[in-house]
Design a protein around this ligand. Structure first.
Ligand code: GLC
Length: 714
């Protein structure tokens, strides 16, 4: 603890300390609308009086606003403790790169790091000191709108990506807050804020590792989540917030609640009063209360009554003040806030180039029946409600602006140097059924061989509070695709989405499908690069695509069950784990994606079929580019522990590497398999490996059947 922090703690009153542990939305600072801002859904209001002497502000707009608020605040502050400004810089600040779920599909942590760094540079000049990112919630249910914010369904990939985001934010000059701790992504039925009930084993095995990886990488804050977890709201979970986060992981940074989550413990039916919420939260090491007033209104009283120790309050205060020291705010109250520099760096050619490359590297080619890449002299046109759409930034697009984004039409026309015919054909709403404009659209496209159908879900149909019970392509858009095909066009579907959508109905009518997610500011240029073959699609799915929403939650690393359905054989009796109306396999599996060349992988070899503890096995295969273009493949390594003290998944990703080969060339691709990679939480609760037989695969997606077996001896 620095002398400065020690002295501040000594001289602050209890009331001042309670306010320092509170964060409010910038709108509360502006008196004219303070009264309308409620701390949480149950209508507890935070008004301007509450805002005096608070510790932090979130969701402000510009650097100038942050500077003005800081000056006004410090002029009234008895101890000259600066505010710290926090913001949701999730996938870009002003230059928006693809949503994190898309970045996950790049399988490129270095790219994630570069994007995070870029956004941090823009954000710090914009007045942001802390970003509420990375979000590393493991997700398995595409109905949940917030799958767009995470990097997917695999714990190994999420750990790598989370670490990369943390490094990037720090390199760019801001602090970062990993969220939402914990297991918020396990919301039942994919409905946001819904109950989560996760066994301790699954918590440890799947839901906690990515938060821990970010804490180990140096995340400065952790955000506790809204959800009920195993019967207790997370902010009431001492085992999670104290025993695991503080004691086991040694996290000594700031733990901040999500927006009003402290008082939501009342709505959950866990605590009866705001005062109990304050007592429970501070006891669980919650250092900063976001947008609810229980600390301000009840902490001083709780200390005076002896229910909460002064020491506990001072520990939280220390962490908050040390965070401000880390941000350099005592030396420079504004941090790096600089309106002019913010304008200079935002949307610079260099930053646009990064956003464009990220969009290229995260779009997944799901189908291509020889129609892509398009030759520039070929005649083609555009159709669909997203052909000219400029709000392709995705949810949580911070300060991004649609008018600064490049639409598909703009990107293609810029690349081709000619105008393209475009027919919207129908509306873009997820419930759109009106097909009355389709005939006119077809007439406009008549005689043009290839049509690029730009369809999907609007940006605001994923993200917070945006769960969907039906994740199919909207009826009117499906009708448009069918009509285009039936009119004889070659159909290239370019699909926007913040989640895996059900493409089963339209797939047969598409000659090619390029899934571009919400690609961000440079989306149109990136899609043009890909469609015209200037760039090859290299992304692979980081989240499974269901055939039907009824399969959700759906993920590759599931358990075998005692009655697995044997794929594609007649041996299945009716008494197997399967549906009568849909097969179990996803439409597109985890790790899947096409490029513009063809591959053959074979000749799986092990340096030994026995792995000794402390030793390692070299696992290799022969990869050949059998196509007519140079290209890159993402070679993936999976294992299965066949028999263990607790059942293990049918496959687990343990490594991946990208290989670039010229047409007709081949090379060996090798991984090193060690005993550490086989560890899990055994029946005894220990984290370790168990001797026995294992399968190992190398392949180009999680459905690979190129396997060998080895034995771990201990
Ligand atoms: C929201 C989100 C959280 C975000 C916070 C501040 O409700 O759950 O992800 O960081 O509020 O905007």
């Amino acid at each position: 603890m620095s002398e400065r922090v020690e002295k501040l703690i000594e001289k602050m009153t209890l009331e001042e300390k309670a306010r320092q542990l509170t964060q409010v939305n910038a709108v509360v600072i502006h008196a004219e609308i303070a009264a309308e801002v409620t701390g949480a859904q149950q209508g507890i209001e935070i008004c301007r009086e509450d805002a005096a002497g608070i510790g932090s502000v979130l969701n402000f707009d510009t650097a100038s606003e942050a500077i003005a608020i800081q000056d006004e605040y410090l002029n009234a502050s008895p101890h000259a403790i600066p505010l710290i400004f926090m913001q949701d810089v999730v996938h870009g600040y002003r230059t928006i790169f693809p949503i994190p779920l898309a970045i996950g599909c790049s399988f490129d942590p270095a790219l994630a790091e570069e994007c995070a760094k870029m956004s941090a540079v823009e954000a710090k000049y914009g007045g942001t000191h802390v970003t509420f990112s990375p979000m590393v919630d493991l997700v398995r249910d595409a109905r949940w709108g917030r799958v767009m914010e995470t990097t997917g369904e695999d714990v190994f990939l999420n750990c790598e990506m989370g670490r990369a985001f943390v490094r990037g934010y720090h390199e760019g000059g801001i602090l970062c807050c990993v969220k939402h701790f914990a297991a918020y992504g396990a919301a039942e039925a994919g409905r946001d804020y819904n109950t989560t009930d996760v066994s301790v084993r699954n918590l440890k095995e799947y839901y906690l590792p990515a938060y821990r990886a970010c804490v180990e990488e140096g995340a400065d804050l952790v955000m506790s989540s809204f959800n009920l977890l195993n019967g207790i709201p997370v902010n009431g979970h001492r085992e999670l917030l104290v025993d695991t986060l503080r004691d086991e992981w040694g996290f000594d940074g700031v733990l901040i609640s999500d927006y009003g989550a402290v008082t939501e413990m009342i709505v959950h039916g866990y605590l009866e009063s705001e005062k109990e919420c304050a007592e429970t939260a501070i006891r669980n090491g919650l250092d900063m209360e976001m947008m609810s007033p229980t600390y301000i209104r009840h902490l001083p009283e709780l200390v005076k009554e002896g229910k909460v120790s002064q020491k506990l309050v001072d520990e939280s205060l220390r962490r908050v003040l040390e965070m401000k020291e880390k941000a350099g705010l005592f030396e420079n109250r504004y941090g790096a806030a600089d309106p002019q520099k913010a304008e200079e760096v935002s949307l610079s050619p260099e930053h646009r180039a990064i956003a464009r490359r990220a969009a290229v590297r995260s779009a997944v080619l799901l189908k291509n029946e020889g129609v892509l890449p398009l030759s520039e002299d070929r005649e083609f046109a555009l159709a669909g409600p997203f052909a000219e759409e400029k709000y392709i930034l995705g949810n949580w697009a911070c300060r991004g602006r649609a008018e600064e984004a490049v639409s598909i039409k703009e990107g293609l026309e810029s690349a081709l140097g000619r105008n393209l015919v475009s027919a919207t054909g129908c509306g873009k709403g997820i419930s759109e059924t009106c097909v009355s404009d389709i005939p006119a659209g077809l007439a406009k496209l008549s005689g043009i061989n290839t049509v690029i159908a730009c369809i999907g879900e609007p940006s605001d149909n994923s993200g917070e509070g945006a769960s969907r019970a039906d994740i199919s392509i909207p009826p009117a858009q499906a009708a448009l695709v069918k009509a285009l095909k039936e009119a004889g066009h070659s159909v290239v579907a370019v699909i926007f989405g913040g989640r895996p959508q059900v493409l089963t109905e339209i797939e047969p009518y598409c000659d090619a499908i390029l899934y571009v997610w919400q690609p961000g500011t440079e989306g149109g240029n990136a899609v043009a690069d890909l469609l015209l073959g200037k760039e090859e699609p290299t992304a692979r799915l980081s989240m499974s695509f269901p055939r039907a929403v009824g399969q959700c939650p759906l993920y590759y690393n599931s358990f075998n069950t005692g009655r697995p359905r044997i794929p594609d054989t007649l041996k299945n009796s009716m008494y197997v784990s399967a549906y009568r109306d849909v097969c179990n396999a996803p439409l597109y599996p985890f790790g899947y994606g096409l490029g513009y060349t063809d591959w053959h992988i074979g000749g799986l070899r092990l340096s030994s079929d026995v792995l000794e503890a402390g030793g390692s096995i070299r696992v290799s295969a022969r990869l050949k580019n059998t196509g007519s273009r140079a290209g890159s493949a993402l070679v993936q390594l999976y294992i299965r522990d066949r028999f263990a003290s607790v059942v293990r998944p049918v496959k687990e990703l343990k490594g991946f590497c990208r290989v670039f080969l010229a047409a007709g060339t081949e090379e060996d691709v090798a991984f090193t398999l060690s005993e550490e990679m086989l560890r899990f939480y055994t029946a005894s609760g220990e984290y370790g490996s168990e001797a026995g037989k294992f399968d190992v695969w190398i392949g180009l997606d999680s459905s690979t059947d190129l396997s060998a077996e080895f034995t771990l001896v201990k």
